[in-house]
Design a protein around this ligand. Structure first.
Ligand code: GRF
Length: 222
């Protein structure tokens, strides 16, 4: 099944970004859009933290930003997800990008955006899912870690893998030093994966995500 793309060949995919914190991946998507390398446009930023750096970045770039007041912790309550879906639809969003969003999404959001919710994680999944991935990697003694963009499913950090980049773990690395080297690669990988999605170049078959050549994607789109 080919996923992705806008309503028509000429319509740019509109992205809704969910971010809880600093927002450097959100900003990397904006930078890629501005340099014409995203093939999509960032339409709205939603954050569950009123003081998130991502909200400040959105303001600086003139992107609408909304603070989500969510119930509880962990998995988002269905009524909150319904409100998120309404907000994303109001901004005509076709692709949802989780970028350091510290809550688990469920059925309501995933069914509203089938195959259209991506996440970036700072490890080579399926190794080291969940919190503190780089600390887990250092503690485990792996020599190579990296980052992963995957399609979000209801299971945390377990959806089909779109793209990965390996990053060596250096002698003496801490979780923090490894995270900062991985982050540089995240900022390149996420825009690339979004671009593939926007160009309808991703074909999903079970757990496998195939990246189609650009010409084949054009045939699917037209
Ligand atoms: C990134 O390392 C991302 O992979 C993880 O959370 C971190 C978010 O960083 N999910 P930022 O807010 O994008 O700077």
């Amino acid at each position: 099944m080919a996923i992705g793309g806008g309503g028509s060949v000429k319509t740019l995919v509109r992205i809704g970004v969910l971010a809880s914190g600093r927002g450097s991946n959100f900003e990397a998507l904006l930078r890629a859009e501005h340099s014409g390398d995203l093939g999509a446009t960032v339409a709205v930023l939603l954050s569950d933290h009123a003081d998130a750096g991502a909200i400040e970045i959105a303001r600086r770039h003139g992107i609408p930003a909304q603070h989500l007041q969510l119930l509880g912790r962990g998995r988002i309550a269905p009524e909150d997800e319904a409100a998120i879906v309404r907000c994303l639809r109001a901004h005509d969003v076709g692709l949802v990008c989780m970028a350091g969003f510290m809550r688990l999404v469920g059925r309501t959001l995933l069914e509203a955006f089938p195959g259209a919710v991506l996440n970036i994680h700072p490890s080579l999944l399926p190794s080291f899912p969940g919190l503190h991935a780089t600390e887990q990697a250092v503690a485990h003694g792996v020599k190579v870690s990296g980052c992963t963009v995957h399609i979000v499913t209801h299971r945390m950090d377990a959806g089909p893998i779109v793209a990965q980049v390996a990053v060596p773990v250096h002698e003496g690395d801490s979780g923090e030093t490894l995270a900062s080297r991985i982050l540089e690669q995240e900022h390149l990988l996420y825009p690339q994966a979004v671009r593939w999605w926007a160009e309808r170049r991703l074909a999903v078959s079970g757990r496998m995500v195939h990246v189609l050549p650009a010409a084949a994607a054009r045939e699917v789109t037209t």
